[in-house]
Design a protein around this ligand. Structure first.
Ligand code: ADP
Ligand code: MG
Ligand code: ZN
Length: 488
């Protein structure tokens, strides 16, 4: 029997705020010594009162708007009760009945990237069921036969995003996750760093006979913290569940962990020991009401999202899907590109795109981010302008960019200081060409015998004679003229 996988994704995004969700402790705890970012509130001391972090609420609404969600302008907080050492209060404050955001969707371009880049893609819409605010738990570490707890993370604002079961392959799951990661970074509301645990995801997945509309029994894979772990664990579960079903068995509804080292899932919890969370309204916090002015203020922070940008770069500038995707992956790079193009033509945009994705990226290989690059986008635009006007050729421009990258100087200044201007003067070029042709009798003979490819050699010689500054295209034409003139 052939099966189809059905996936609904739950994702936890740690929001970038100065302080925690309900207290004044710094939310940026990464690398801090254990238990140094805590106070009575996030340690769950009796009597310590929580206060709502407005910034976290704004971030949540902004993401909701980006995901085409409706916003609950009236919500309240609820206690989700369970006891575990990483949850010092014995309950988590969350939004249950009225999530901050609900009923949205995210459009994706899905590609099979398993063997590198692929131009082929298809459009896909994943419905978002809800996105609600809550607080993160502390962190347990088990080592040397002991357990350690660190409450620095306890109370960090967390947004949980839940999709409908609309994802039908590992590629779609990957496209969904990386889109969310790009979007939270674009909006500046979260780092989205999976390796730091700032973005974690839990696929719920089941198999059903291909073509069937009913859902099979799902398993949930907990707390994956890399895109690769998502891809591998989903693939593993597809294989495992297929074997179970083909052997006539049934899939048990369980919560699973992923053993990254061994590449297998393992059962963490059975349905029988499912928690009874006993949600009830949080008595220590007021209801949360969002008025129109506040919502409008948040909506004003929405910006063009990566996929829309990609599609626009392709349609307006004729960029390839690959280039459009590379340029939009990072908001800083997209903004750099747009400022370098600055209302220029499609041809200008294509040239700028090439310079960024090849030469600039090569120079940045040392690990620089686009914000650290000394060449301002306007300066790169000006360099491309010099190429377009014929003031420098491409070879020279490459050298000039290297110098710009090192010093931050303007292209024109470097060109004039070092005398790098392209030689376009016809008389001068013709003289050089004549010299080269006269000095290469055997190549001339070959050309006249029909071997066109020696043209390239002769252009190379002429370029050398101009120390790389000659206009190669013009010299090519002049060389052909000079050779043709030698036919008898
Ligand atoms: P639970 O109550 O176990 O948390 P929910 O109905 O709340 O289950 O759904 C949690 C997630 O699981 C959602 O993302 C949902 O889309 C997904 N989901 C629900 N049923 C299935 C299924 N049969 N197969 C795959 N995913 C599912
Ligand atoms: Mg669940
Ligand atoms: Zn605190």
């Amino acid at each position: 029997m052939e099966y189809e996988v059905v996936i609904g994704m739950e994702m936890h995004v740690e929001l970038d705020t100065a302080s925690k969700m309900f207290c004044a402790c710094p939310a940026d705890f990464f690398g801090a010594p254990p238990n140094t970012r805590t106070c009575p509130t996030c340690l769950g001391m009796p009597g310590a009162l929580p206060v709502i972090n407005a910034r976290a609420v704004e971030h949540a609404m902004l993401l909701g708007l980006a995901l085409n969600c409706k916003i609950n302008t009236h919500t309240f907080w609820e206690r989700k009760s369970y006891w575990y050492p990483d949850l010092p209060k014995g309950y988590q404050i969350t939004q249950y009945q009225y999530p901050m955001c609900y009923d949205g969707y995210l459009d994706l371009d899905v590609r099979d990237l398993s063997a590198g880049w692929s131009d082929a893609s298809y459009a896909k819409r994943v419905r978002i069921r809800r996105a609600h605010l809550e607080e993160d738990t502390g962190k347990l570490t088990h080592a040397n036969g002991a357990s350690f707890v660190d409450y620095n993370r306890s109370g960090v604002p967390l947004l949980e995003i839940v999709t409908e079961p609309d994802i039908f392959s590992a590629h779609e799951a990957y496209a969904y996750l990386s889109a969310i990661q790009d979007i939270v970074r674009y909006l500046g509301i979260a780092s989205g760093d999976m390796e730091k645990g700032a973005l974690r995801c839990e696929p719920n997945m089941s198999l059903r006979p291909k073509g069937s509309a009913a859902f099979g029994t799902k398993v949930e894979i907990k707390n994956l913290n890399s895109l690769r772990a998502v891809r591998d664990s989903v693939a593993y579960e597809i294989r495992r569940q297929t074997e179970v079903l083909n052997a006539g068995g049934t899939v048990r509804q369980v919560t699973m962990g992923w053993d990254d080292a061994r590449g297998v899932t393992f059962v963490q919890r059975d349905k029988e020991d499912a928690h009874d969370y006993r949600y009830f309204p949080e008595p220590d916090l007021p209801a949360l009401d969002v008025d129109d002015a506040w919502l409008a203020q948040v909506a004003a922070r929405l910006r063009e999202l990566p996929l829309a940008k990609q599609r626009r770069y392709q349609s307006d500038y004729g960029l390839s899907a690959y280039d459009a995707s590379v340029l939009t992956m990072d908001r800083g790079i997209a903004e750099y590109f747009e400022r370098a193009v600055a209302g220029g033509t499609a041809a200008r945009a294509k040239t700028v795109s090439n310079w960024i994705t090849t030469d600039l990226f090569r120079l940045m290989k040392g690990g620089a981010t686009i914000g650290e690059v000394k060449v301002r986008p306007e300066q790169l635009g000006a360099l491309v302008g010099l190429i377009e006007s014929g003031a420098v050729n491409t070879t020279t421009a490459r050298m000039v960019l290297e110098e710009m990258y090192a010093s931050g100087a303007d292209a024109a200044a470097i060109v004039s200081a070092r005398g790098l201007g392209q030689i376009n003067d016809l008389g001068a070029l013709r003289a050089i060409v004549e010299e080269v042709v006269v000095g290469s009798p055997s190549q001339v003979a070959q050309y006249l015998a029909g071997q066109e490819k020696v043209l390239g050699y002769l252009v190379g010689q002429a370029m050398k004679a101009t120390k790389g500054k000659g206009n190669a295209q013009v010299m090519g034409g002049l060389i052909r003229e000079a050779l043709e003139a030698r036919r008898t």
